[in-house]
Design a protein around this ligand. Structure first.
Ligand code: SAM
Ligand code: FES
Length: 349
C-alpha cells in the first residue's frame, strides 16, 4: 500500500520529497491510509507530550483591522462588522478569570488595529507579567516592524502567531489585496524568530484557489522555517466577504495535514483549532487524535464573542470561559487525553 509506505517513510525520515508529498496528499480521502497516518502521528505526539494537551486562553482584543484579506470577516471593507476593542481593564480581567481556570498561556489576538501602539502594549504586557509571572504571553497581532516586535518581546511577550497563509506568491495574491505581500509576511516570521520568540506559522486548509501543489509548498516552507508552532484550520466562508459563497475546507484534508505536520516536525506545538471544531462537532477531538497537542478555548468576554466573526457559525460564542474549559476537559478525557495546567512551552526552548 503506497500511502502507508509514504507515511512510514515520513515517520522514519521526518520528510518526503515534494513529489512524495503530492502523492500522499492525493490519497487524503482514503480512510484506511488516513487512519494509518493518524496512528503514526499519535505515536510521535506521545513520545514528546504523552497524553497531555496544552491549553491557551484566547483573548480577542479587537476586530478593527487596517487590512482587507479577502477571506476574513473582520476585513476593513466589511461594513457589517460591528467593531469593538477591549480596554486594558477588560483584558486584565480576562486573564484573571483565565488564571483561575488553570490557563498559563494567554493569547492576545486581534486585527491590525493602530489603537494598540507599542507604548500601550508594553504597558499591558508589563501588567500581565507582573500579575501572572508564571504565565506565557502569545501575541497574534499581524505584521509589525522589527522595532515593534523587539519592544514587545522585551516587555514580556514570549510567543508570536503569524500564519503565512500560503507559501505560494500567486496564491497569496489571489486571497489578499495587492497592497499586501507574502515577502513581508515571511520576513516578519524570520524577524520574530531571530528576536527570540517562539514562533508559529500556518495556513487555512481549503482556502479559495488552493491546490495540492500549494499545500506541498506550504509543507516545504514549514520544514525549512522549522517553527515552534503551526496553526492550521479549515477555511470557512464568511457571508459578508467576497468569498462568502466558496466551499469550506474539508475535515479530511485538515486532519491529514495535521498528521503530516506532526510527523514532519515531531515536537511542534500543534493546535486542534476552533475552525476545526466548527466544521465538525468532534473536530477538536479528531484533531488531537490526528497528532495535535494544543487547544485554544476562548476567554474573550461573551459580549464581544459574536463580533470577532472571522467566519460563519463559529462555535463557543455564547459560552463563558469556564464552560469552554469544562467542555474541552470532558472532550479530551473522552479520547484518553487530559488538559494540563502548564505554560506548555516549545520543547526547543
Ligand atoms: N491579524 C492577525 C493576523 O493577521 O495574523 C491575527 C488575526 S487573523 C483574523 C487570524 C487568522 O484567522 C488568520 O491568520 C487566518 O488564517 C484566520 N482566518 C481569517 N479568516 C478566516 C476564515 N474565513 N476561515 C478560517 N480562518 C480564517
Ligand atoms: Fe466552548 Fe465546548 S469548548 S462550549
Amino acid at each position: 500500500n503506497r500511502g502507508k509506505e509514504l507515511f512510514n517513510k515520513l515517520y522514519q525520515d521526518t520528510q518526503l520529497t515534494e513529489t512524495e508529498y503530492k502523492e500522499l496528499l492525493e490519497l487524503h480521502t482514503d480512510k484506511e491510509i488516513a487512519e494509518y497516518g493518524f496512528e503514526l502521528a499519535r505515536k510521535r505526539q506521545k513520545e514528546t507530550f504523552g497524553n497531555e494537551v496544552y491549553t491557551r486562553g484566547l483573548i480577542e482584543i479587537s476586530n478593527y483591522c487596517k487590512n482587507d484579506c479577502i477571506y476574513c470577516g473582520i476585513r476593513r471593507s466589511n461594513q457589517n462588522a460591528e467593531r469593538y476593542r477591549l480596554s486594558e481593564e477588560e483584558i486584565l480581567s480576562c486573564c484573571e478569570s483565565g488564571y483561575a481556570l488553570g490557563f498559563r498561556t494567554f493569547v492576545l489576538q486581534g486585527g491590525e488595529d493602530g489603537y494598540y501602539t507599542d507604548d500601550l502594549l508594553e504597558d499591558l504586557l508589563h501588567k500581565i507579567k507582573a500579575a501572572y509571572p508564571d504565565c506565557a504571553i502569545t501575541l497574534s497581532l499581524g505584521e509589525r516592524s522589527r522595532e515593534s516586535y523587539e519592544r514587545l518581546y522585551t516587555a514580556g511577550a514570549d510567543r508570536y502567531l503569524l500564519r503565512h497563509e500560503t507559501a505560494n506568491e500567486a496564491h497569496y495574491g489571489k486571497i489578499h489585496p495587492a497592497e499586501m505581500s507574502l515577502k513581508n509576511r515571511k520576513q516578519c516570521l524570520y524577524t520574530l524568530k531571530e528576536i527570540g520568540y517562539q514562533v508559529g506559522c500556518g495556513i487555512m486548509v481549503g482556502s479559495p484557489y488552493q491546490t495540492i501543489d500549494n499545500l506541498v509548498e506550504d509543507l516545504a516552507f514549514m520544514k525549512t522555517f522549522n517553527p515552534h508552532m503551526v496553526g492550521i484550520g479549515p477555511f470557512i466562508p464568511q457571508k459578508d466577504t467576497p468569498f462568502g459563497e466558496m466551499e469550506p475546507g474539508s475535515l479530511e484534508m485538515t486532519l491529514f495535514l495535521l498528521a503530516i505536520i506532526r510527523l514532519m516536525l515531531p515536537k511542534v506545538l500543534l493546535p486542534a483549532t476552533t475552525a476545526l471544531g466548527t466544521i465538525h462537532s468532534r473536530g477538536r477531538e479528531l484533531g488531537i487524535l490526528a497528532g495535535g497537542n494544543v487547544v485554544m478555548p476562548n476567554l474573550s468576554p461573551v459580549k464581544v464573542r459574536k463580533k470577532y466573526a472571522l467566519y460563519d457559525n463559529k462555535i463557543c460564542t455564547g459560552e463563558e470561559a469556564a464552560e469552554c474549559r469544562g467542555c474541552l476537559g470532558n472532550r479530551m478525557e473522552s479520547i484518553g487525553y487530559k488538559l494540563v495546567v502548564s505554560r506548555g512551552d516549545s520543547p526547543f526552548i
